[in-house]
Design a protein around this ligand. Structure first.
Ligand code: CTP
Ligand SMILES: C[C@](O)(CO)[C@H](O)COP(=O)(O)O
Length: 240
């Protein structure tokens, strides 16, 4: 019997952490506002989420200091498009604050939350639908990810220290989809243990669960480094 068998149909919420500064990107300001194919990067991310059938609402979590969202994405806010200015110092802090905001807006423990990086602006709705379909009947939830195609090296002082066995290794992407009632305590547990989790799945794993891996696309990369902007722009333009 499921822990979440309330008799109520769970809702699915998207939570977009967008409170980062983009230090690695070399951009003059937060990378989520860099213009790509004529629109701020985050506009592409949010447009993709808007086209996902079955999402009850999308919550964007900004830094309290953000002064660009309203002017650059004036059309976003609405009945199912929410904004909160409660982002934290780390991605995990931002997500935890966003979960509290979802709860305050009526989300229940059995509801699903799909956490998706603002910086993964090449997202395709079909990939999100695949994740939702895979997780629908699952107790734990899961994430989009990609099996590693390259040989993996461990580095020390600019030289190869070791070649790491890549067999069975995947690169984690987003969305990462978990029940609110599981993700919230998982992040709280990670924080109290002083564990710096870089994604939601690691917090869930630390509780002994094994999230589902749902194969995604190389195109769902996270804009991180300076050269990533040009690649994202080319791909966005090629999609028309
Ligand atoms: N304190 C933070 C840090 C990151 N993020 C968000 O988490 C996503 C993935 O993080 P990353 O690519 O690392 O973004 P930045 O933190 O902005 O980049 P950097 O680490 O290079 O500074 C981004 O959408 C980013 O805005 C966030 O909401 N709050
Ligand atoms: C969540 C994530 O995008 C999965 O790959 C990644 O862990 C975020 O890491 P970052 O260092 O905050 O960019």
């Amino acid at each position: 019997m499921s822990n979440y068998a309330t008799g109520l149909q769970p809702r699915c919420y998207a939570l977009v952490p967008a409170a980062g500064v983009g230090a690695r990107s070399g951009a003059a300001g937060p990378k989520q506002y860099v213009s790509l194919a004529g629109r701020p990067m985050m506009a592409h991310t949010l447009a993709a989420l808007r086209r996902v059938p079955g999402l009850a609402a999308t919550l964007v979590v900004l830094s309290p200091e953000d002064d660009q969202f309203e002017s650059l994405l004036p059309e976003f806010e609405g009945e199912t498009a929410w904004v909160a200015r409660c982002g934290g110092a780390t991605r995990a802090d931002t997500v935890a604050a966003g979960l509290r905001e979802l709860q305050a807006r009526g989300a229940q423990p059995h509801d699903w939350v799909l956490v998706h990086d603002a910086a993964r602006c090449l997202l395709q709705p079909a990939w999100v639908e695949q994740l939702m379909a895979a997780c629908a009947g699952d107790e734990v939830g899961g994430l989009l990810a990609l099996p590693l195609a390259d040989t993996l090296k461990a580095e020390q002082g600019g030289r190869v220290a070791a070649t790491v066995d890549r067999q069975g290794k995947w690169a984690a992407q987003t969305p990462q989809m978990f029940r609110l009632g599981l993700l919230q305590p998982a992040l709280a547990h990670a924080e109290s243990a002083g564990a710096a989790v870089t994604d939601e799945a690691s917090a869930i794993e630390a509780l002994g669960h094994r999230p589902l891996l749902v194969a995604s696309s190389l195109e769902n990369f996270k804009v991180t480094w300076p050269a990533d902007f040009a690649l994202a722009e080319r791909l966005l333009r090629s999609r028309g």
